[in-house]
Design a protein around this ligand. Sequence first.
Ligand SMILES: C[S@@+](CC[C@H](N)C(=O)[O-])C[C@H]1O[C@@H](n2cnc3c(N)ncnc32)[C@H](O)[C@@H]1O
Length: 274
Amino acid sequence: MKQQERWQLSGSGAESYERFQVPSVFEPLARIFLAHVPLHPGDRMLDVACGTGIVARLAVPTVGITGRVAGVDLNAGMLDVAKRQSPPDEAEIDWRQGDAAALPFLDESFDIVFCQQGLQFFPDKLRALQEMRRVLAPGGRLALCIWRTIEHSPCNLAISTALARHIDAEAAARMQAPHALGDATVLRTLIGDAGFGRVEIHEATVTRRMLPPEQAIPGHLASTPVGPDVAALDDATRKALIDDIAADLGPYRDADGLAIPQGTHIVLAKKPDA
Ligand SMILES: C[S@@+](CC[C@H](N)C(=O)[O-])C[C@H]1O[C@@H](n2cnc3c(N)ncnc32)[C@H](O)[C@@H]1O
């Protein structure tokens, strides 16, 4: 897999992710995602590529103490931040470090597997989906949330365009990676090939809320994989980069800062009954 297709944060990136990305977009997105997916008390749920754990944390009150909530991610720094966030009630979340292509769980041990904005970054997507199918009980449910193509994301489009201008094409491509699986036809085929049935693909839009661009963009960039590249720029180039992004995001200004739409697919599918 090419480096620019990865979405990995190092250093303080995980803290920045929890501080900037989660409140501005991943928590509102997780609420929209969970509203599409029937989740019941007693369900055993797994959050694959859980990051700092927002989907798992929001699921806890619904599954309750008779259920189980687990989260797995490749990045130990993201999991460290996840562990430091208190669950909203007494239930414990089982956080594990591991690769989506080799999930560290027994066969048929979950009723539902969630994956919010993770699948597009896995080097072997089919293998990861087969692993999700393996850990699901017969009749178990798959719930994926995956960004649509970058035209449906004015924020990432503005950043990617400015990176191409002020850094290079490789940095620009890294901001396009979240949208690499944005085509619904490709997604449907992949999920079918992994052995899931009853595939439903819904379109949804989350509003990314940010402070005015001059305040928001430096922290936002630090919470993405291009953060170190931006930090390495000289002051004048960094200012020009931020000014260009702010100009492109002008149409999304409101009284509180920025309100930027971002389109996603929400996929529901089922592992066949035994
Ligand atoms: C954009 S973040 C989404 C995190 C979280 N689901 C959320 O909604 O906030 C993508 C996550 O995928 C994880 N990831 C990337 N490749 C992975 C792999 N092969 N196995 C497990 N996790 C992976 C990254 O470490 C990162 O935490």
